[in-house]
Design a protein around this ligand. Structure first.
Ligand SMILES: NC(=O)c1ccc[n+]([C@@H]2O[C@H](COP(=O)([O-])OP(=O)(O)OC[C@H]3O[C@@H](n4cnc5c(N)ncnc54)[C@H](OP(=O)(O)O)[C@@H]3O)[C@@H](O)[C@H]2O)c1
Length: 365
């Protein structure tokens, strides 16, 4: 027997298994408890177009769902999308009580709780809300702001350098830290870099060598921000390992500096179903994103190494005096091999919707 609170904790962990493959949908987990509080079904939403978490759990539970309780991380949907409405499926299965962590903020899918109440199903909302919001932070932020959630990830020496004077930067961080980055990549929809990094390092920007036992069943979209199409013909980002979008000003327009309009890139990505972007640099593009207020989370891997000179981890983020410093809230600090991983969120502006951050979302379970 489990308590509803414990069951919600498990549902949130299950939901996280869908990170990186459900977009444009959220991650969702569901447990079904029978009248005695025994778990009779569990499920998570694994990929867009696939069955929703509630449907997977109901299929497992069969008749044992009748009279029982559904524990679900997000309000059950109320609409006919590619699959039927989950609220109705729960009613049809005879579920008597539904416990929800987070309300669905999208007008098209919301209303599931009202439908359930209308059918005399007992509904409770807000159980472990903050934890469930954190687990779904990319999707929630994206649907509220109309642009993907942006994580800027970088590697730096203890003195804040991301490359040596001659431009070499491989490798600043250790093998375990780099493996951690591949897990992070596998849980995001797109990996982005500026053309400067592509020319300097020729990165492949794919998910490889996952050591956490999961399979990357889809490769994230690779996005190169390249105003005038300077990406070399032989660049590895052009190989067949993953889809790639080389964004030029000709395609999305230019900002006031004549370079690619970053707001337009994010809007276009949102339109393509992308809900999270891992911005991997380099320092010029990261500075421009920060100056435009388009970064939500920063993940910095800091290595016990000194270079004394070379490229700074961040260039021109629009700050000229200490009073303008971009202040972050540190939410997690973890040692990975010899390196430290700092995770921090950007301070929310009063106009921004609430966003709760703890560990990086790919570790939310
Ligand atoms: N340690 C790390 O984590 C890390 C990560 C990445 C890179 N690096 C290092 O960083 C160095 C490359 O630095 P970088 O600053 O040249 O690379 P970058 O930030 O990847 O690329 C900058 C280029 O992006 C293009 N761009 C297009 N639209 C832009 C916009 N709106 N705002 C800003 N840039 C825009 C610009 O070229 P166009 O105007 O021609 O489009 C710009 O020169 C390399 O030495 C690499 O090793 C280190």
């Amino acid at each position: 027997m489990v308590t509803e609170d414990e069951a919600m904790r498990r549902a949130i962990a299950l939901a996280a298994r869908g990170l990186g493959t459900t977009s444009p949908n959220p991650v969702v987990g569901c447990l079904l408890l029978d009248l005695d509080g025994e778990v009779v079904g569990e499920g998570f939403h694994a990929y867009a177009g696939g069955p929703h978490a509630e449907i997977v759990a109901l299929a497992q539970a069969g008749q044992r769902a009748r009279g029982g309780t559904a524990i679900v991380t997000l309000e059950p949907c109320n609409h006919h999308g590619r699959t039927g409405p989950c609220a109705q499926a729960l009613i049809d299965a005879g579920v008597r009580r539904v416990v929800i962590a987070v309300d669905d903020p999208t007008p098209v899918a919301a209303g599931g709780a009202a439908t359930l109440r209308g059918a005399d199903v007992q509904v409770e909302t807000g159980v472990r809300r903050q934890e469930a919001e954190q687990g779904n932070i990319a999707w929630l932020t994206a649907v509220r702001r109309g642009r993907p959630y942006v994580i800027w990830k970088f590697a730096a020496t203890l003195d804040g350098r991301s490359a040596a004077v001659d431009g070499t930067s491989q490798w600043i961080t250790s093998t375990p830290a780099r493996a951690d980055v591949h897990i992070m990549r596998s849980r995001t929809d797109a990996i982005m870099a500026g053309v400067g990094t592509v020319i300097a390092d020729d990165p492949q920007l794919t998910v490889r060598d996952l050591k956490d036992g999961t399979l990357a069943i889809t490769q994230p979209l690779r996005v190169v921000v390249d105003s005038h199409g300077r990406t070399p013909e032989k660049a590895r980002v052009r190989d067949a390992a993953a889809p790639t979008w080389i964004v030029t000003t000709g395609e999305v327009g230019a900002g006031p500096d004549g370079r690619v309009d970053l707001h337009a890139v994010l809007t276009a990505l949102f339109g393509r179903g992308i809900r999270s972007v891992l911005l991997e640099g380099g320092p010029t593009l990261a500075g421009a994103f920060l100056a435009a207020g388009l970064v939500d989370q920063v993940v910095g891997y800091v290595a016990p190494m000194l270079l004394g000179a070379g490229t700074a981890a961040l260039q021109d983020a629009g700050v000229t005096t200490i009073g303008e410093a971009i202040r972050l809230d540190l939410t997690d600090l973890t040692q990975i091999g010899p390196d430290l991983r700092f995770t921090a969120s950007l301070r929310q502006k009063p106009s921004d919707p609430p966003a709760h951050h703890a560990k990086p979302e790919w570790e939310a379970s």
